[in-house]
Design a protein around this ligand. Structure first.
Ligand code: APR
Ligand code: MG
Ligand code: MG
Length: 198
């Protein structure tokens, strides 16, 4: 398959390919914005060194580590906690679109995406560690951010968040996971996507 999705096994069969793994870590929450707007889920993303929003994770080397071990190693560097990631957390794998800077001879990059549900207290621990003990804090990672899933009366919230610039296919990964795991009603997401375009 030249573009689109491929299975984890197909992806690993490409020995000449480079691999990168990223994960959406999230929890449920009962907390409310201004004591009235339900926040529903805490979803962690990060502001990267390049000014783009993305998910934590990075390049892994399947000849030295499993995809999931490599992702946990990246998480330790970027968020200060080696969150264990299992194969069952795998969501999808796909070829990265060729970037303008990559030459025709550079090996293809396969992107693997994972999703892991955690307890709210674990997410809070990660936010604390990401800003204190994570070695990449202030370097590759400028800070963790939460995704607002609500819309405020004056048009703020998810639609404005989706108007920012994202690395690679991170925006698509976010939208896909919100729908796939029912983290937001489909009609609310579609409305936010339309507002984000205007
Ligand atoms: N979030 C982040 N990156 C993504 C995503 C995503 N959701 N989806 C795809 N990518 C792609 C980007 O093109 C990115 O350059 O995966 C690539 C590798 O991911 P990084 O998180 O940037 O890799 P990492 O190992 O953490 O960083 C090491 O590589 O990105 C370069 O020079 C940069 O110093 C950095 C180094
Ligand atoms: Mg990294
Ligand atoms: Mg990274």
């Amino acid at each position: 398959m030249e573009s689109g999705q491929l299975s984890r096994a197909e992806a690993l069969a490409c020995t000449g390919c480079r691999h990168a793994c990223h994960v959406m870590l999230f929890s449920d929450t009962k907390s409310q914005l201004f004591g009235q707007i339900p926040i529903r889920h805490i979803i962690l993303m990060q502001m990267r060194f390049d000014g783009l929003l993305g998910f934590p994770g990075g390049f892994v080397n399947p000849s030295k580590e499993s995809l999931e071990e490599g992702l946990s190693r990246e998480l330790l560097e970027e968020i200060g906690v080696a969150v264990p990631i299992l194969e069952e957390n795998h969501v999808n794998s796909c070829y990265a679109p060729p970037s303008p800077s990559s030459s025709s001879s550079s090996s293809r990059l396969i992107l693997h995406f994972y999703m892991k549900k955690m307890e709210e207290e674990q997410i809070l621990d990660i936010e604390r560690a990401a800003a204190s003990t994570a070695v990449d804090h202030g370097h590759e990672v400028l800070g963790m951010v939460r995704v607002p899933l609500y819309q405020t009366k004056n048009g703020g919230g998810l639609s404005l968040f989706l108007s920012h610039s994202f690395i690679g296919n991170a925006r698509l990964q976010l939208v896909d996971c919100l729908l796939r795991f029912g983290l937001i009603p489909a009609k609310h997401l579609h409305k936010a996507l339309i507002q984000a375009e205007t």
